[in-house]
Design a protein around this ligand. Structure first.
Ligand SMILES: *Cc1c(COP(=O)(O)O)cnc(C)c1O
Length: 425
C-alpha cells in the first residue's frame, strides 16, 4: 500500500490542496495528513498500519464508535434492495416519525444531504416564513459553507486565519449580521438597528467550531426572549450537539425550545445526511406543501436513512449510553483540567458532556475574540506529540475532541498519561 506521503503527493495534483475538505489538511500543524485505511471502535488505522486512539470521530458522527456492527449490518442489508430510487419510501416515513416522536420540538422534519444544506434550507424557510431578509449569526460559529454563512465563520475558515471566503458576493453577506457569542447586548443592538428586518437568529447552542465554547447562563434564554420580542425565529444549529449533549441535543440539555433546528453528523450514522425541522406551522411552508423551495436528488436516500435510523435508535433506546458519555467526558476532561493545574500550564479547557477543547491560552474562552488569543504554535506542538504517541486529534486549535461510546476508561486514562507526559515537557 502506498504511504500517506506518497498518497498526498498524488492527491495534491488532482484534488485542490490534496483533500476534499480543508479541515482534513494538516497545514496548520505543519504535517502531511495521515491517510486512513480503516477504523473500529475508538481506533483508526492509517495506511502505514499505525493505530491511533481517535478523538475526531469523523468530526462527530461516530458517537457509537467506528464501524458499529448494528449500523454496519443494517446498511449491508439495505444495500441488497438497491442504492437509490429517487422516489418516496417507507423508510423515510419511519425515520421522520421516529424523530418527531422522540424530539419534542420537532413536529415535522425534512432530510437533506449535509449540515450545510440543512442550514441553508432552514434559513430560506425562516426568511420565507417571516418575509424578512436579515439573519443574525455569531462570530466564530460555523454553519456550513453556504454563501450567507461564510461571515466570521469558525472551523476551517478560522483555522486558515481568513475573515471569510473569496467568492461570497457582498450582497449575500450584507444580510448576515454578526453578533458576539455570549453577548446579548450585541444581539439587542442588531435588532434595534434593523427593526422588523431580522428573520432569524442562528446559533450553535454550544459552540464547537471555535473550539468548544459554552453558552453563558442566561444566554440561550436571552436569545429566545429577544427573538420573541422581535418576531424573529430562533434556529438552533444542532449539527454537532444534536443527539450528543442529550438525545434531544442542546435544546433538551438547556431546556430552551428553538423554532427550527438543524441536524447533521450523528443523524446520518456516518453517511452524508442533514436534516432540518421544527414547528409544523413553519415547516408547512416548504414545497410542495408551501412556497419555500428546496429539493434533493438523493435526499432521504435509503442507505443513508438506514444508517441514520439504526444509530438514532441505538441512542434513543439505550439511554445509558448518555450516562456513559457523561462519565467519560468527566473522566477525560476533568482529568485534563487537573493536569493543566498540576503543571501550571498556560491553558484553559472548556467542555460539556462528551466534547471539549484545550485552548493554549491561560484566559477564559467565552467567544471568538478570546478563542483567537490561543497560541496555535503551542497547539501544533501538542498535536504532533499526541499523533506521534498514537492519538488522533483534530488538526486545529479551533475544533472539539469527540468522545464516543467505544472509548473505555483504559483508553481515556492512556490519553491522560500522554497529556501528562507532554505537559512534563
Ligand atoms: C459540521 C457543521 C455544519 C456543516 O455540516 P456539513 O455536513 O459539513 O455540511 C453546520 N453546522 C455545524 C454546527 C457544524 O458543526
Amino acid at each position: 500500500m502506498p504511504t500517506s506521503a506518497e498518497l498526498m503527493e498524488r492527491a495534491v495534483k488532482v484534488i485542490p490542496g490534496g483533500v476534499n475538505s480543508p479541515v482534513r489538511a494538516f497545514q496548520s500543524v505543519g504535517l502531511t495528513p495521515r491517510f486512513i485505511d480503516h477504523a473500529d471502535g475508538p481506533y483508526v488505522w492509517d495506511v502505514e498500519g499505525n493505530r491511533y486512539l481517535d478523538y475526531v470521530g469523523s468530526w462527530g458522527p461516530m458517537i457509537l464508535g467506528h464501524n458499529d456492527p448494528v449500523v454496519r449490518e443494517a446498511v449491508q442489508k439495505a444495500c441488497e434492495k438497491g442504492l437509490s430510487f429517487g422516489a418516496a419510501t417507507e423508510l423515510e416515513v419511519i425515520i421522520a416519525e421516529f424523530i418527531c416522536e422522540t424530539v419534542p420540538h420537532v413536529e415535522m422534519v425534512r432530510m437533506v444531504n449535509s449540515g450545510t444544506e440543512a442550514v441553508m434550507s432552514a434559513l430560506r424557510l425562516a426568511r420565507g416564513f417571516t418575509g424578512r431578509d436579515k439573519v443574525i449569526k455569531f462570530a466564530g460559529n460555523y454553519h456550513g459553507h453556504s454563501d450567507c454563512m461564510l461571515v466570521e465563520a469558525g472551523s476551517g475558515v478560522m483555522t486558515a486565519g481568513v475573515p471569510g471566503s473569496a467568492g461570497v458576493p457582498a450582497g449575500c453577506a450584507q444580510d448576515t449580521l454578526t453578533a458576539a457569542y455570549n453577548d446579548l447586548n450585541s444581539v439587542r443592538a442588531l435588532f434595534e438597528g434593523n427593526p422588523g428586518q431580522v428573520a432569524a437568529v442562528i446559533v450553535e447552542p454550544v459552540a464547537a467550531n471555535m473550539g468548544v465554547v459554552l453558552p453563558a447562563p442566561g444566554f440561550l434564554e436571552g436569545l429566545r426572549a429577544l427573538c420573541d420580542e422581535n418576531g424573529a425565529l430562533l434556529v438552533f444549529d444542532e449539527v454537532i450537539c444534536g443527539f450528543r449533549l442529550a438525545y434531544g441535543g442542546a435544546a433538551e440539555r438547556f431546556g430552551i425550545t428553538p423554532d427550527l433546528v438543524t441536524y447533521g453528523k450523528i443523524i446520518g450514522g456516518g453517511m452524508p445526511v442533514g436534516a432540518f425541522g421544527g414547528r409544523a406551522d413553519i415547516m408547512g411552508q416548504m414545497a410542495p406543501a408551501g412556497p419555500v423551495y428546496q429539493a434533493g436528488t438523493l435526499s432521504g436516500n435509503p442507505i443513508a436513512m438506514t444508517a441514520g435510523l439504526a444509530q438514532l435508535r441505538a441512542l434513543h433506546d439505550q439511554p445509558e449510553r448518555y450516562e456513559r458519555l457523561e462519565a467519560a467526558g468527566a473522566r477525560l476532561f476533568g482529568g485534563i483540567a487537573a493536569l493543566l493545574e498540576k503543571h501550571g500550564a498556560p491553558c484553559t479547557i472548556n467542555h460539556v458532556g462528551s466534547i471539549g477543547s484545550v485552548f493554549f491560552t491561560p484566559d477564559a474562552v467565552t467567544d471568538y475574540a478570546s478563542a483567537k488569543k490561543s497560541d496555535t504554535d503551542a497547539f501544533a506542538r501538542y498535536f504532533r506529540y499526541m499523533l506521534e504517541h498514537g492519538f488522533s486529534l483534530a488538526p486545529s486549535q479551533f475544533e472539539a475532541m469527540f468522545i464516543s461510546c467505544a472509548h473505555d476508561d483504559a483508553a481515556l486514562d492512556e490519553t491522560l498519561s500522554a497529556i501528562d507526559a507532554f505537559l512534563q515537557g
